[in-house]
Every structure is written in C-alpha cells, then in structure tokens.
Design a binder for this molecule. Structure first.
Ligand code: KIV
Length: 259
C-alpha cells in the first residue's frame, strides 16, 4: 500500500496537482480534510492568531497544542507541523524536539526552514525516521525587514537550485517554495523528483499551499499571492449584528431556544 508521502510523489509523476492548506484548530481541519492532500500547522499562526510581528516568537508548546487540536479533525490528509524558530539549532536539539512533536501530536512529519545551511540537521532527523518537509525561498523565521521575492539574481537562482537538490538528496519528501520567481520555480520543479509546493511561486510548482485564514478572508493580508475565496469577516460581522439585534429586542432566545 502506498504511504501518504509516496502518494504525493506519485501525484508529481502523474502531473496531478497537490492541494495543501494550513490549519490551527480542529474545526478548520475537519472542513478542509476531505479536499486537500496535506494540512500544515504552520508557525504563521504567530502572526495570524497571536498578532506577533514575526514567527520568531512562536514556541514549541504553542505548536504542540494547536497541532493536537488539528489532529482531532484530520482523518485522511498528511498532517505536517512546522518546527518553530530556535528549536532545531543543532542535531541533538532538533531530534529531541521533533521526536516530542511527533509523539505528542501524532503528526506525519515536520517542516523546517532552510536549505544547505541546515542540511546536516535534516539528514540526522531522517536517519532517525523523522519525515521532513523542506522550505526554501522566503523563510519567514530568518527574514528581517521587508519581504522580497527570491530568484531575481543569478546567484540567488543558483543557490535555490543547490538548496533544493541538497534537500532532495538528504531525503526530504517535499519542499515548500515560498515567493520564488516563476522561471526559477519551474526549473527547481523540473530538476528534482520530489514534489514542490508553491506559495507565491507560480503554477509551475507540483502543488500549492495557502494560509487558510487568508483564503477565507479572515485576515487583512494584502500580499500579492493571496487570493481571497470567501469574505468570512463580513459574514461574522453580519451574524453578530443580527444576534445583537435579537438580544436587544428580546426575540432571542425564543421559546424554541428555551428550556
Ligand atoms: O507557516 C506557514 O503557514 C507556512 C506556509 C505558509 C508554507 O510555512
């Protein structure tokens, strides 16, 4: 039987796009699970839920608690958890923390940001049977100042290609390409045998991921690659206004809603 991870590789071979989204809680996970291949508990929860300026403030226990909630809503998708900043600084620390995350959240694997700089850590984790997803291009844990897309210059392009190849050789099962110029994303996707999952990196990637809260219109994220497929914010406002009106009028709770 194919494992969930090898199903992703098969999808790449068959040119069937891979659909991925983030989730931070059971309720959202339950709704998206039937429609996606992979659910990521991203450390983007730091900015989306906690209003942190960067993802660097997210810690391991936050990731574990949110992932436990998500786990309860995931039946079929691959569940991947982001390792937060400063939790994989060296081999032994990374292994200890990843084991803890895998054990406590029962996730299927973890995601780390970085390419060749962290390659020995990636190899070490894989040696100990921790499934690893890579993440290159813009890596929010190391961005200071303004976000700028990657792959603009020849040197950036070369480095991204080298990073993706090294990650593949180290044994990662897929790589997130964040905000990488489209021709570079295409080249990376064509030159490796594992799936590339794009976010702001064109439709040349084998799959796509978005932050679900962005897609649903629950955030004010105006970044170029975010397409809002719903406007839940205004739906929430409308529902709350109706509730307020009913309470003021005394029409809620009616007999139907009373014991
Ligand atoms: O933290 C996150 O949500 C991510 C995805 C957007 C790729 O890393």
């Amino acid at each position: 039987m194919l494992t969930k991870k090898s199903r992703l590789v098969l999808k790449k071979k068959n040119k069937s796009k891979i659909v991925c989204l983030t989730a931070y809680s059971k309720n959202i996970a339950e709704e998206i699970d039937n429609h996606v291949d992979l659910i990521l508990v991203g450390d983007s929860l730091g900015s989306v839920l906690y209003n942190f300026e960067t993802t660097r403030k997210v810690n391991l226990s936050m990731m574990i608690e949110h992932s436990k909630s998500v786990r309860k809503g995931v039946k079929k998708s691959l569940l991947i958890v982001d390792m937060p900043f400063n939790t994989y600084k060296n081999k032994s620390q990374a292994l200890k923390n990843c084991k803890k995350v895998m054990k406590e959240t029962k996730c299927d694997g973890i995601k780390l940001e970085g390419g060749r700089k962290i390659i020995e850590i990636v190899k070490h984790l894989i040696k100990y049977n921790i499934p690893v997803m890579g993440h290159i291009g813009i890596t929010p844990q190391s961005v200071r100042g303004k976000f700028r897309y990657k792959g603009k210059t020849d040197i950036e392009k070369k480095n991204l290609l080298k990073d993706s190849k090294s990650l593949e050789d180290a044994g990662v099962f897929a790589i997130v390409l964040e905000c990488i110029e489209k021709k570079v994303s295409k080249k990376i996707t064509e030159s490796i045998n594992i799936p590339t999952i794009g976010i702001g990196s064109s439709n040349f990637c084998d799959g796509q991921i978005l932050v679900t809260d962005d897609l649903l219109g629950l955030t004010d994220n105006k970044i170029k690659f975010v397409k809002k497929y719903a406007d839940l914010k205004s739906n929430v406002r409308k529902a709350v206004k109706k509730f307020k009106l009913d309470v003021k009028k005394g029409s809620y709770p009616s007999i139907k809603y009373s014991y």
